[in-house]
Design a protein around this ligand. Structure first.
Ligand code: MG
Ligand code: MG
Length: 231
């Protein structure tokens, strides 16, 4: 519950900073219309494309598990943003907690010929999420249903809440860190002593699975301080 609320707070801050304070009204500071539910649809499509579902292409292909996880985190950004239009982070966290659900469908950990035959079943949780996100309703019952379906997808993927949390804070922290260190100005160094910043971040997360957001920011700070070639 604490971790959920933390993620909603981080997402709220990210939206305030990148879209301006009026994002809840559905418009960015540049006057662009925001449609979070369409974002969910499109990210879910990216997830589905991690399966080689196309009958005319790459017919013997398998499944890109790493990318599926990345897309689940992308979807999570947009699900949280959508929920935050209607709820403050504390309330949003309660709603998200109350709707957690397991899935009857679970993706296999390695792909086999037999999985190709049941691909329609394996894609069901994601297509259900997509279908829900296309419905033009926003009432509370609908929001709960959308969250439930999101958790079903998380479970189908075999992601686990703690891993979702780690991946989310990792992505958010790195974005924040880059902004703080001159990403927009072009002075940020993405390669840290021969390794990309996101690789360093993944290592920190792997070494310290219980790390908090602030702990991660401190660890990034310490690692970046050792980078040579910067002012
Ligand atoms: Mg095309
Ligand atoms: Mg994506």
């Amino acid at each position: 519950m604490k971790k959920l609320e933390e993620m909603f707070r981080l997402q709220q801050r990210l939206n305030d900073e990148t879209n301006g304070v009026k994002w809840r009204e559905g418009v960015t500071k540049h006057g662009k219309i925001i449609n979070w539910k369409r974002c969910i649809v499109m990210e879910t499509a990216e997830l589905i494309d991690s399966f080689s579902w196309k009958h005319w292409k790459n017919i013997a292909g398998g499944i890109d598990f790493e990318n599926i996880k990345i897309e689940m985190v992308d979807i999570w950004h947009f699900v949280m943003s959508y929920i935050l239009r209607f709820h403050v982070p504390q309330e949003a966290a309660k709603l998200a907690y109350a709707t957690m659900k397991v899935s009857a469908v679970k993706l296999p950990t390695s792909w086999s010929e037999a999985d190709n035959a049941r691909i329609e079943t394996l894609l069901e949780p994601f297509e259900d999420l997509m279908a829900l996100a296309l419905i033009k309703t926003d009432d509370v019952a609908y929001r709960e249903e959308l969250l439930e379906q999101f958790w079903e997808c998380v479970d189908a993927v075999g992601l686990g809440f703690d891993e979702l949390y780690r991946l989310y804070i990792g992505k958010n922290a790195l974005n924040q860190f880059r902004q703080m260190h001159g990403y927009k100005e072009g002075t940020y160094l993405k390669v840290w002593n021969g390794r990309e910043d996101n690789v360093v971040m993944q290592e920190i997360l792997a070494e310290r699975p219980d790390i908090t957001y602030d702990g991660l920011m401190d660890a990034l700070e310490a690692a970046y301080a050792t980078v040579s070639g910067k002012e």
